[in-house]
Design a protein around this ligand. Structure first.
Ligand SMILES: *Cc1c(COP(=O)(O)O)cnc(C)c1O
Length: 387
């Protein structure tokens, strides 16, 4: 009997989701109607934050996040090499310079010690960053309180990339509600909550929120208080800044809103799978994700690193897992090693922790509807190959 393919991630689309999208298609607005605002409000309430601004994807959210924080030519932005390329590209879009802070081998997030040391050196050299973009890798929140203290001391802003961390929390606060100046979420189909493509940027800062709303929609406003001239009539709008068309449609928002109803149920299901992986893989040659008492992961990913004791290397293991119809993946190829970034002058050895992690890492299947039988097959295959 041939084994079915087990993907590393799979979206959950319910009949309620399908009904929500169908109803929206029969309504008056496909975009810029009431559903977008409804989704934004529900997302803001769930993450205990005053402003949530829906955008076409998380990359767009990172872009306007940088712009709203006045990033442009001459600015400096730091991020983590262990992320998707968008976390760095957003600064390049603005004409700014990018640099990286190596990851912590335990959290796989931006290293707090590394950030502290790099800031001390940058302060002496007079080259402090304007914005730092920490990434909550796999849904595990970064050391946000300590990073906030550093931001206040050195005068940079924090644009948190929480693309993996929808529904996560840190020291009791939902992600997005505390510590960062603005926080970005992704609703790409592989992420926690999906709108097919889509994203959200949240902030507690009224001025930033106003700027973000303008930037996601052409820099155009119909709000009298933002206009520079008197209205010329009911049709009147003004373009007061250069913005983009980065809106989230009502069609996408209807799906997102419907999906959000199951966010907590999914997080719990993901965590139960992660707990079970921790137990079943405990004796295997795998370094498992670290746990922390002061933060709740959304468990977007379950990534292991093969240890010295493994009989085969990660690359062989990956191929053998795929051969066994198990959809493993690797997150991430360190951004600074991409050809585009190499051309900017980065060298592989500059951020050794992220490269060492990449060389040994493998993300294994994790999604809310995964069965015990599927998980057992993943584990048995891994142990047979490597232990
Ligand atoms: C998915 C992802 C992005 C990009 O999200 P899109 O919505 O696809 O633009 C950015 N950063 C991280 C860490 C991601 O995982």
């Amino acid at each position: 009997m041939a084994d079915e393919f087990i993907p590393y991630s799979r979206q959950e689309i319910s009949d309620a989701d399908i009904a929500a999208v169908t109803n929206l298609l029969r309504s008056d607005f496909l975009t810029q109607g009431p559903k977008g605002a409804e989704f934004e409000q529900a997302f803001a309430e769930r993450h205990k934050v005053s402003h949530a601004i829906g955008v076409s994807n998380a990359t767009a959210a990172l872009h306007i996040g940088c712009l709203a924080m006045d990033i442009g030519p001459g600015s400096l932005v730091w991020t983590s090499p262990n992320s998707f390329v968008s976390s760095a590209n957003c600064a390049i879009f603005c004409g700014a310079q990018v640099d990286f802070v190596d990851t912590d081998p335990v959290t796989r997030n931006m290293s707090l010690e590394g950030l502290t040391a790099k800031l001390e050196a940058a302060d002496k050299a007079g080259k402090l960053p304007d914005v730092v973009i920490p990434v909550d890798f796999s849904g595990l929140p970064c050391d946000l309180a300590e990073m906030r203290a550093l931001a206040d001391r050195y005068g940079f802003r924090i644009l948190e990339d929480a693309s993996h961390a929808t529904g996560a929390s840190y020291k009791g606060d939902p992600i997005g509600s505390a510590h960062a100046d603005a926080t970005v979420f992704s609703f790409h189909a592989v992420k926690i909550v999906t709108t097919a493509e889509g994203g959200m940027i949240v902030t507690q800062d009224d001025a930033l929120a106003e700027r973000l709303r303008l930037l996601r929609s052409h820099g155009v406003t119909r709000d009298d208080s933002l206009m520079q001239r008197a209205s010329e009539g009911g049709w009147y709008y003004e373009m007061v800044d250069l913005g983009w068309n980065y809106r989230l449609t009502d069609l996408q928002s209807a799906l997102g809103l419907s999906q959000m109803a199951r966010m907590d149920e999914w997080r719990n299901a993901r965590e139960a799978r992660a707990d079970r992986y921790d137990a079943l893989l405990a004796d295997g040659p795998f370094r498992r994700p670290a746990r922390f008492n002061d933060r709740v992961s959304s468990w977007h990913l379950y990534a292991v690193e093969l240890t010295e004791a493994a009989r085969i290397g990660r690359t062989e293991m990956f191929a053998a897992m795929r051969e066994a119809k198990i959809g493993v993946n690797v997150h991430y190829i360190p951004i600074h090693t991409q050809p585009f970034y190499e051309k900017l002058g980065f060298r592989r050895e500059q951020f050794p922790n992220s490269v060492a992690y990449y060389d040994h890492a493998m993300s294994i299947p994790l999604f809310p509807a995964m069965s015990d039988a599927q998980q057992d097959r993943v584990v048995e295959t891994m142990l047979k190959l490597a232990a």
